[in-house]
Write a protein that binds this ligand. Structure first.
Ligand SMILES: [Zn+2]
Length: 228
């Protein structure tokens, strides 16, 4: 039989385990290697005309758009290959921002009417889900900019970046961390991550999103501290 002290300790553990918010649990993630490109954001994800991202985060964005009232205002920022002009907001982001790799999005409330109104409740929920504690985002997110971060927050915008291999600006990262999604939700058992066999499998080497060149592409690699 358990002594009262032990019983109490056991109950305390049980109680705290039950009380712990489900949202604090880690999100199962995997690393997505493989060929990628910068693609237009699909119509199922509300967004500003012309916004683009690295294809590997599109399934995550679709999943988010089904559950949170998001409207993407910026994704990839930089030149497009083949003289296709530019995508994204020019001069909006910090040096080495994840936006330059197509692995970040800026989000506002789909139904916000100005300011931090009720339309932002769902965005605040999303921000807390991605970053339950300030400056401690859960994987796969690398940086979450919201309340407490200058230039971000309720009524302004939410920034989400995905963790990725270090890559120079205006190039595609060798891998991206994502949460695997199924029709019903986040898969609890992510597929084992295939190791990169020798060469990154079919990945375009860091030459820019399909060959982005010019002065922008000469940047050294690295990640910004914030990624916004
Ligand atoms: Zn941003």
């Amino acid at each position: 039989m358990l002594r009262p002290a032990l019983l109490f300790a056991a109950l305390t553990v049980l109680c705290c385990a039950l009380a712990a918010p489900a949202s604090a649990a880690p999100i199962p993630t995997r690393l997505a290697y493989g060929t990628s490109e910068i693609v237009p954001i699909p119509a199922a994800i509300p967004h500003e005309e012309g916004d683009m991202v690295d294809r590997r985060i599109v399934p995550n964005l679709r999943w988010l758009a089904k559950r949170f009232p998001i409207y993407v205002t910026d994704g990839y920022s930089g030149r497009l290959p083949g003289g296709g002009g530019r995508a994204g907001c020019h001069g909006c982001h910090v040096k080495n921002s994840d936006h330059y790799n197509g692995l970040a999005v800026d989000i506002v409330a789909l139904n916000g009417r100005g300011g931090c109104d009720g339309g932002w409740r769902g965005i605040t929920r999303l921000a807390r889900w991605a970053e339950p504690r300030q400056n401690r985002p859960r994987g796969p997110f690398r940086w979450v900019g919201y309340d407490g971060d200058a230039g971000h927050g309720c009524g302004h915008h939410l920034h989400l970046s995905w963790e990725h291999a270090i890559a120079p600006m205006f190039t595609l990262a060798e891998w991206v961390e994502v949460f695997p999604v199924r029709r019903q939700g986040i898969a609890t058992k992510p597929k084992p991550t295939p190791p990169p066999a020798g060469e990154p499998s079919g990945l375009r080497p860091p030459k820019g999103p399909q060959g982005g060149t010019g002065a922008e592409a000469t940047q050294s690699g690295g990640l910004s501290a914030r990624g916004d």
